[in-house]
Design a protein around this ligand. Structure first.
Ligand code: SF4
Length: 223
């Protein structure tokens, strides 16, 4: 029987990106194929669910009151076989939060997703090497299947010119809205105001569809 390990399932408010403020049910999957330096998410422990058990669990929430179901993690796409069985059972908008490195998995379930919130990982902040070719494959796959997609870039004062050029090159090529998110440690922003302004200008002068959006759930102290 296909199961997935899930760390938590909760009803809250989206705190990042263009859908900020919408109420969602969050399903936090365990496990990730990356190991980012700034990761502050607990996704190691959890309970096993079958697709049917997870549907039952969702029914305990007020699904009429939410905007969408957020698949988050960890990396939800590492649970591809589970998602292939689970997603067809769900009659609600699906918002996929992903690190944007598993294009083949996305291809298999993209028909069941509505909004893709991907990361563009930059090595200066995440310390996991340059992933631009992997990200490009991912964006291409999402665009081929006509999915709404935008990319979030977590940055700090170590961001390199090369990274700004690569992010904006990809964004231009695929018409991809960009969200700049200054790196935070707990509830503290680690980037100075001057540097944030400088980075916003560096991005927008190359690609105007770039927005600066912080993690508001941390300011409101909600999950
Ligand atoms: S991709 Fe996301 S969940 Fe995975 S290690 Fe990086 S920040 Fe954490």
């Amino acid at each position: 029987m296909k199961t997935a390990k899930i760390n938590e399932i909760f009803d809250s408010i989206q705190g990042e990106g263009p859908y900020i403020g919408y109420r969602q049910i969050f399903i936090r999957f365990c496990g990730c194929n990356m190991d980012c330096a700034y990761c502050d998410t607990d996704f190691k422990t959890g309970a096993d669910y079958t697709p049917e058990q997870l549907v039952k669990k969702l029914d305990t929430f007020d699904l009429n009151a939410i905007h969408s179901i957020s698949l988050t993690g960890g990396e939800p796409l590492i649970h591809l076989e589970f998602l292939k069985d689970f997603l067809p059972l769900v009659d609600k908008k699906i918002y996929l939060e992903t690190n944007g490195t598993m294009p083949h998995a996305l291809k298999e379930i993209s028909g069941y997703t509505d909004i893709i919130a991907m990361d563009l990982k930059i090595d200066s902040a995440a310390k996991i090497g340059d992933l631009f070719s992997k990200h490009e494959e991912f964006i291409k796959t999402a665009k081929e299947t006509n999915k709404e997609i935008f990319a979030k870039i977590v940055f700090d004062e170590k961001i390199r010119e090369f990274e700004i050029n690569e992010c904006t090159r990809l964004a231009k090529k695929y018409n991809l809205p960009l969200i700049l998110q200054p790196r935070m440690e707990g509830n503290r922003i680690t980037v100075s105001t001057d540097f944030i302004e400088h980075t916003v200008k560096a991005f927008t002068s190359r690609y105007p569809d770039t927005r600066l959006i912080g993690q508001v759930h941390k300011f409101f102290d909600i999950r």
